[in-house]
Design a protein around this ligand. Sequence first.
Ligand code: PTJ
Length: 265
Amino acid sequence: MQKGNDCKDCSKRGGVTVKIPKSHPRAKSLEERHRLQLGIEKGIVTPTGMIAHGRGEAFDYLLGERTTPEAKKQIEAAAAKLLLARKPVITVNGNTTALCASGIAELAKELGAQVEVNLFYRTEKRARLIQKEFRKFGINALGADPKKFKKAPGLGGSKRKLMDSDGTWEADAVLVMLEDGDRTETLERMGKFIIAIDLNPMSRTSRKAGITIVDNVTRAVPLLEKAANRLKKSNKKGLSVIINNFKNKDLLHKSEMWIRRGMVK
Ligand code: PTJ
């Protein structure tokens, strides 16, 4: 859970305050739902973001709501790749902002990466609210200035085609979370290396990304920051060895086996 919570252990639903005891077996899951609810109230999260989160929760439940050994390897490779990148960019939407803006901000600082707002249900107001949220954590997020937009080719009418000319447009490595397959494919076609965080190892984004972390963003983002901090001490050769030994397809298969069978075989 991110730092700087608006609410610690209670949630207001329809004017009713509901206490979530720390000992509640689903406390973390309820806190995440509450965080999204607050995000909707603030205008940061789109209402369908709740449905997207529910889908993620289902996969997370089947993964045992923990970072699997495979996800730990995916996180290590992702950190190595982002550290080697000339210009890494982290793109954020409503859900990721509500769930872990402070963690993303820490990660961006650790990597020297830029943060860029990219929305499916884009309104300029939402983009500015997300930018404002990141400012609280010392990040000047890109993606809210229409004068700087360039359009990714091949994304048709989707507002996800909008790219900041100083951000994803220039990036060589892009970290995406809760991403659509068509944007992942487009960014790859543009020559960018995609690192995805997605609880569904079977999604188009998971299969198209160069490195996929099959984990909840709320766990993966702080672990990625820790890995980046640790690997910063390695030289380029050491980081390249990690990436060269990494096999995205194999680890995706193993992640899928956790979900399908509760074991890796
Ligand atoms: O904020 P906007 O306007 O950009 O809206 C974005 C939404 C959330 C509507 C959009 O990203 C969306 O529809 O997402 P999806 O396609 O439902 O979800 C993308 C993937 O993220 C799915 O494979 C989910 O299982 C996965 N996912 C959901 N929650 C999490 C997650 N992966 C990691 N951590 C989560 N907490």
